[in-house]
Write a protein that binds this ligand. Structure first.
Ligand SMILES: Nc1ncnc2c1ncn2[C@@H]1O[C@H](COP(=O)(O)OP(=O)(O)O)[C@@H](O)[C@H]1O
Ligand SMILES: N[C@@H](CC(=O)OP(=O)(O)O)C(=O)O
Length: 404
């Protein structure tokens, strides 16, 4: 019997009507002869609302309490969906992340799954039940509830699919798959039929709305991931290791992330160990640093600029200010209103000209580039957020992604 793991995002279970719609879809899959595990996110904007509520009570909510609070969102949706399934006559049971055996490390707010003990899920499947698992959450060795970071239910789903050796993992959302750019920004964005893990990991890491760790796990455990709409039956996007790059000679997609902040440590005396001293405290605080630019002037001092997510900015500035003083820097400045716009495509590998074309397109659009980073299959520019959406549109048009 095939085993399918399905994940429904917050938009797909935003209200009772949608929950019932999702229950009908799941029931149909089981009727077709498959065993089904469902992973569900919190209803609509529940997680945002809980975060907001916590901040009205506490200036800096305690990390452990915050995770326990946020985990309630997925408990609400998973239990309601299970009730809807039962109402339709299906045998179904909901399990919290811990009940489903999802063990994590202790990084509250961005925990990583360390292992999955799927015995309970297997037992319920063997009993013929549909198993509904609360996404986005797990439990540490000390029995504390953790959450996996925003969008983390994708990772719950792929990790469970890997642990159960499921035939595939289906991610249902409010768009019909992965597009050449966010369809909310670019009206002419096209759906991509299939994409490799590597390209998708870049797209996701740079803002294309899937939890990057889910793609990483999918690649490592070779779980085919199918992204489609929960509102229609239109074919979606398959993320896998196929031979889909065969005749792709261009950019696959444009990614956009408006949650970018920049920190510059000014005029630090240049000596070995400087970057290590600066970035180690950030790593210890689990703050991930993206674009890094170091530029040494003639006077043996250097400026180091780097980006972090806007949400991490206050904590990062605090850590960096302490360290900058010790290192003898002239000062630390930061700005929050930035965005990253990236072109991604394995077709760019070993093909010169993409970077210059991207810079020309941005220049023609009057967009100033603050920082640039590249990998083999992507080029990212940090720009002012006020020009971000226009930049996405002009790159999408300039690289002719609206044409197949
Ligand atoms: N390249 C892309 N392809 C498809 N959707 C994208 C892309 N980039 C950004 N998105 C956005 O991601 C949204 C889906 O993510 P999200 O709102 O988190 O859904 P869910 O509630 O299902 O988890 C879409 O509505 C779309 O606007
Ligand atoms: N509810 C969590 C986890 C999640 O994955 O949500 P969604 O699938 O709706 O992006 C969040 O909002 O981050």
């Amino acid at each position: 019997m095939p085993l399918i793991v399905q994940k429904y995002g917050g938009s797909s279970v935003a209200d009772a009507e949608r929950i019932i719609n999702v229950a009908k879809r799941i029931g149909a899959v089981q009727k077709s002869g498959a065993a089904v595990v469902v992973v569900v996110s919190a209803m609509g904007d529940t997680t945002d609302e809980l975060i907001e509520l916590a901040h009205t009570i506490s200036h800096e909510p305690h990390a452990r309490e915050m995770d326990l609070l946020l985990s309630t969102g997925e408990l609400v949706s998973s239990t309601l969906l299970t009730m809807a399934l039962r109402e339709l006559g299906h045998e179904a049971i909901s399990l919290s992340g811990p009940q489903a055996g999802i063990r994590t490390d202790t990084s509250f707010g961005r925990a990583r799954i360390s292992r999955i003990e799927p015995a309970r899920v297997r037992r319920e499947l063997d009993a013929g039940r549909i198993v509904v698992v609360a996404g986005f959450q797990g439990i540490t060795a000390e029995d504390d509830i953790t959450t996996l970071g925003r969008g983390g239910s994708d990772t719950t789903a792929v990790a469970i699919a890997a642990a159960l050796q499921a035939d595939r993992c289906e991610i249902y959302t409010d768009v019909e798959g992965i597009y050449t750019a966010d369809p909310r920004i670019v009206s002419g964005a096209r759906k991509i039929d299939e994409v490799g893990y590597e390209e998708m990991l870049e797209l996701a890491s740079l803002g294309a709305k899937m939890h990057p760790r889910s793609i990483e796990l999918g690649g490592v455990y070779r779980v085919p991931i199918y992204v489609a709409s929960s509102f229609s039956d239109t074919p979606g996007t398959l993320i896998h290791t196929g031979n889909q790059m065969e005749d792709r000679i261009k950019v696959t997609g444009i990614a956009y992330n408006a949650n970018v902040a920049k920190i510059t440590v000014q005029s630090v005396p240049d000596r070995p160990g400087l970057a290590a001293a600066l970035f180690e405290p950030l790593a210890e605080a689990s703050i991930s640093v993206d674009t890094i630019v170091q530029n040494t002037g003639g006077d043996k001092s250097t400026d180091i600029s780097f980006t972090v997510s806007r949400t991490d900015l206050p904590a990062a500035v605090r850590l960096v200010e302490g360290m900058a003083q010790q290192l003898g820097a002239a000062g630390v400045v930061s700005s929050a209103g930035l965005a990253a716009v990236s072109i991604v495509g394995s077709g760019m590998q070993n093909t010169p000209g993409y970077a210059s074309r991207m810079f020309r397109l941005l220049a023609n659009g009057g967009v100033n580039i603050d920082m640039i980073t590249t990998s083999e299959i992507r080029i990212s520019c940090i720009i002012d957020e006020s020009q971000g959406r226009d930049a996405v549109r002009l790159l999408h048009e300039g690289f002719q992604l609206d044409r197949s």
